[in-house]
Design a binder for this molecule. Structure first.
Ligand code: PGA
Length: 251
């Protein structure tokens, strides 16, 4: 059985004070870490204060990292820097970074290698545009992303990665993929992993759905056999909602 994982992606929201209010509001309310992994992926300046107060049932993640350890890369943050402050997860290849910051599959692949080298669990985002979905390109596009992004990673490494399937047309738009479509696509991703590695890896890897996940659709999504959790943007900003979203994932 795969343990469900709910990750909030705060994007560029919350100052330190706002982040602290959130963490105090959720502490002691989240379900046991034995039953579900709860993660908040926050922006860089609040990571340290969140890690210090994360409590037993919550882990903290970053939203990006650079693939070099150090160097002349103005504005970037590296894996050893995140590891030093005990960050546990990092989102890699979010569609906003692919689209707005020109992140390539090649860079994403190097970032995955680097995060794993430093024992930070990557949440790799993949997903198709509306145009690709409507023209029947979804599977080909996802297969290409997975092949390029995971290149050179061993089966043992891939087992530890979390994949977030996020159709770009569903992010922040209020349009969710139906649970059936989300499940079918996560199933395709699992089969692709089986063909690239083996069935053990495919059975072990956790695949989240992301894109307008809210309190009114999480239960249905979590009932689906191939959906092991959710990557949640907007709805993760409110502490009460976040606790309820995590509770909904406990099977
Ligand atoms: P959303 O964002 O839940 O606000 O649609 C999801 C994401 O971008 O990870």
């Amino acid at each position: 059985m795969r343990k469900p994982i709910i990750a909030g992606n705060w994007k560029m929201f919350k100052t330190r004070n706002e982040a602290l209010k959130f963490i105090y509001a959720v502490s002691d309310k989240l379900p046991d870490i034995e039953k579900v992994d709860s993660v908040i992926c926050a922006q860089f300046t609040v990571l340290r204060c969140l890690v210090k107060r994360q409590g037993e049932n919550l882990r903290i993640g970053a939203q990006n990292l650079h693939f070099e350890n150090e160097g002349a890369f103005t504005g970037e943050v590296s894996a050893p820097m995140l590891k030093e402050i005990n960050v546990s997860y990092v989102i890699v290849g979010h569609s906003e970074r692919r689209a707005m910051f020109n992140e390539t599959d090649e860079a994403i692949n190097k970032k995955l290698h680097k995060a794993l080298e430093y024992d930070i669990t990557p949440i790799l985002c993949v997903g198709e545009s509306l145009e690709q979905r409507e023209s029947g390109q979804t599977e080909a596009h996802l297969a290409e992303q997975l092949e390029k992004d995971l290149a050179g990673l061993t089966a043992e490494q891939v087992k530890d990665i979390v994949i977030a399937y996020e159709p770009i047309w569903a992010i922040g738009t209020g349009k969710t993929a139906t649970s059936e479509v989300a499940n079918e696509t996560c199933k395709f991703i699992r089969e692709k992993i089986a063909s690239m590695y083996d069935q053990d890896v495919a059975d072990a890897i956790r695949i989240q759905y992301g894109g307008s996940v809210k309190l009114n659709n999480i239960h249905e999504l979590m009932m689906m056999p191939h959906i092991d959790g959710a990557l949640i943007g907007g709805a993760s900003l409110d502490p009460e909602d976040f606790v309820k979203l995590v509770e909904a994932a406990v099977k």
